[in-house]
Design a protein around this ligand. Structure first.
Ligand code: HEM
Ligand SMILES: *[C@@H]1O[C@H](CO)[C@@H](O)[C@H](O)[C@H]1NC(C)=O
Ligand SMILES: *[C@@H]1O[C@H](CO)[C@@H](O)[C@H](O)[C@H]1NC(C)=O
Ligand SMILES: CC(=O)N[C@H]1CO[C@H](CO)[C@@H](O)[C@@H]1O
Length: 328
């Protein structure tokens, strides 16, 4: 084989491309207030605030719907609203997405914004802004959400299957996955707990823990017996479409707060992964700290902002979809 000779001209070309890439990136980053003055006299974030707040007053479960949607969107091809695209092979068709909801709420925001300023606000940003509003309504701290995301044009069910693990994923593997998205172990514990402190889990995701854990014919021995009895009463062994609250702290089911960490420290985790993070040496100290201090209130939003940066399209990448369900 002859060694390929690299001409000075191709070096120059490579350097120019490199500079363009670096420049392009530093130029097109997310920022707080991206839509300021971009929608006539309308305040884009206020428009979304009003719609989500009205929806929340009717239905507190939209907080969980939006948190889960944001997570599932960001982990597959980045936060590009690829989860919203319809089609027989799109991400929506993945098993993990079967119970993702809240699409109508995003549609309502989009429809209003298209009236006010057509082709301006991305579906991906609507998800991020709406989620921030919902978290706030549920008792979480207000945070300045970054915007400037563009919408993707590709949505692939296989990618969803590969990036959204099931509830028996080992803690170490979950951390590796989060690391691959630029999120560290603390972010992982904050996001899992901040998400699962609201919302519901269908029985089929943890039935094995109640009756036949790892084919032992017995329940998961790590589960609190009070919780075990309660969950068995809600989820019959033959299976059902029932569901229970992910946060088994009474009175806190709809609140974005640290109660989930208190619950899993008392062995009341519903999903196997939820319980394991309280015990695994990689995460237990963080779980204890978040349960015993007020840190969650001040740190959850930072993890949410990092989640919202995963794999985003900015600048001239992607497009601003007119309808979140399909590419333009
Ligand atoms: C590897 C990590 C994770 C796994 C394995 C996982 C798994 C699950 C499973 C199996 C459900 C039950 C779905 C159902 O019964 O319909 C669920 C629900 C939920 N998850 Fe996760 N999850 C993870 C991380 C997250 C993160 C990071 C968030 C948000 C920041 C989140 C937010 C939610 C919410 C809000 C619900 C309740 C949805 C509702 O009530 O409609 N999850 N998760
Ligand atoms: C995770 O990242 C945050 C900043 O994004 C940082 O404050 C924190 O110390 C990191 N945690 C670990 C364990 O590296
Ligand atoms: C199980 O739950 C009860 C009551 O909710 C609690 O008092 C107890 O400490 C828990 N058990 C364990 C092992 O954490
Ligand atoms: C919203 C949506 O399209 N959900 C689909 C998720 O995937 C399952 C199959 O795994 C479909 O049955 C759902 O319709």
């Amino acid at each position: 084989m002859t060694k390929a000779r690299v001409s000075p001209c191709s070096w120059m070309f490579a350097i120019v491309i490199l500079c363009m890439t670096l420049f392009g990136q530093s130029y097109a980053q997310l920022k707080v207030g991206f839509y300021f003055n971009k929608c006539g006299t309308n305040n884009v974030e206020q428009v979304i605030f009003d719609i989500v707040t009205a929806a929340f007053q009717n239905d507190r479960t939209i907080v969980a719907a939006l948190l889960r949607m944001h997570f599932h969107d960001c982990f597959v091809r980045g936060c590009d609203a690829s989860l919203l695209l319809d089609g027989s092979t799109s991400e929506k068709n993945a098993g993990a997405n079967a119970s993702v909801r809240g699409f109508e709420l995003i549609d309502a925001c989009k429809a209003r914004l298209e009236q006010l300023c057509p082709g301006t606000v991305s579906c991906a940003d609507i998800i991020a802004i709406a989620t921030r509003v919902a978290v706030f309504q549920a008792g979480g701290r207000w945070y300045n959400v970054e915007t400037g995301r563009r919408d993707g044009t590709i949505s692939n069910v296989i990618e969803a299957q590969n990036n959204l693990p099931g509830p028996t994923v080992p803690v170490a593997n979950a951390i590796t996955l989060f690391n691959s998205k630029g999120l560290n172990v603390t972010d992982f514990v904050l996001l899992l707990g901040g998400g699962h402190t609201v919302g519901v889990i269908h029985c089929n995701f943890f039935l094995d823990r109640l009756y036949n854990f790892q084919n032992t014919g017995r329940p998961d021995p790590s589960m609190n017996t009070t919780t075990l009895t309660f969950l068995q009463s809600q989820c019959p062994p033959q299976g059902s479409s029932n569901f229970v609250f992910a946060d088994q702290t009474r009175g806190s089911e709809f609140r974005v707060d640290k109660a989930f960490y208190d619950a899993i420290r008392q062995r009341k985790g519903v999903l196997q992964l939820d319980q394991r993070i309280a015990q695994d040496t990689l995460t237990a100290s963080t779980v204890n700290r978040l349960s015993l201090t007020g840190d969650f209130t001040f740190q959850f939003h930072a993890a949410m902002i990092k989640l919202g940066r995963v794999g985003v399209l900015t600048g001239s990448q992607g497009q601003i979809r007119r309808n979140c369900h399909r590419v333009n």
